[in-house]
Design a binder for this molecule. Sequence first.
Ligand code: PMP
Length: 379
Amino acid sequence: MNFSQKLSNLKQSHLYRSRKISKNTQNTQMTINGKPLINFCSNDYLSLASHPQVKEAFKQGVDKFGVGSGSSHLISGHTPAHHALEEALADYTGQKKALLFSTGYMANIGIFSALKDELDWVLQDKLNHASLIDANHLIGLPLQRYLHNNVESLKKKIGKQTELAPHSITFGGQGLVVTDNIFSMDGDQANIKSIEKIVKKYNALLIQDDAHGFGIFEPIIPKNSIYMATLGKAAGTMGAFVAGDEDLIDFLIQKSRPYIYTTAIAPALCVATLKSLELIKHGDQNTKLLANIRYFKSFSKTLNLPITNSNSAIQPFIMGSSKKAIHISKKLINVGFYVSAIRPPTVPKNTARLRITLSARHTQSQIKQLLTQLKYAIQ
Ligand code: PMP
């Protein structure tokens, strides 16, 4: 295999990905290779990753439980800290039970792997996260997608599916509809209520990935659906969970290989996440973030910058070509702002973008400076 040739092809087409050594000092302030920058691309939306109370809880968790769980959940790794966090997450989401996974990527693979032998068809939103696409590939059913956030397209495809389904019980076998709630690269929100109606009509199951909404927006969780969210974004820690009814969670415990065959996350992380959840419920950080989102959108309008319909912490500016996205990102780095350029295959062809993410700890002055510099850079 000529890896060197393959890498040089990626470089030539501006699709080569490189890591930088970033050091986050105070969440919004970071250094990359020693250069101080204001970070506008972290998913630490509520600035809880470095919140003093969350850090303190983490330390206390280490004192109490050590640094590792030592085992998978089903052997001896499921500690009181894991259990307490699962109960708190179930309570927060208004569901009977919650189940912790080590990462969101694994949770999505884990849900699909448990459902593998139960499904006849799957329909996914065109812009769902890569982990949901990979999970679909894993179970061997065709990847079928409806137009992004388009309920009419979902209706049409689901109708067709049920006509074609091989062993119809009521409406053509067990179907699965899958959507992000807040879309990771666009920041817009799925219409869960409308999707719920369609899913109900066709007796299908719904999976909602709320990685980017959890902790910020009130979750909308239809009955008999599967809700999944991650803890490495608004909660500021790491891990993920699935919430739903008792039988669903018990079924995942029995059947989900990425749940069964991996080490449970560090118990101290659960103690820290319990503190994050307390702060989320308290609401101060959320209020700050939402005010920043409103300010960002209104100041963008003042500058005539092309904002989208996103009302979340994710605010993209579409640049088109990968070359342009990288060029503008570099210009912003030169003036002290870090906004990463997101390119295909993470986003569709010709929609390379700057994906700006806002956090509770950004100041209005930082947001104003960023947008002013962006306006200047794209002119
Ligand atoms: N789902 C979505 C929508 C995501 O954006 C991400 C992370 N970028 C994941 C799942 C995976 O979560 P994790 O980082 O915890 O693996």
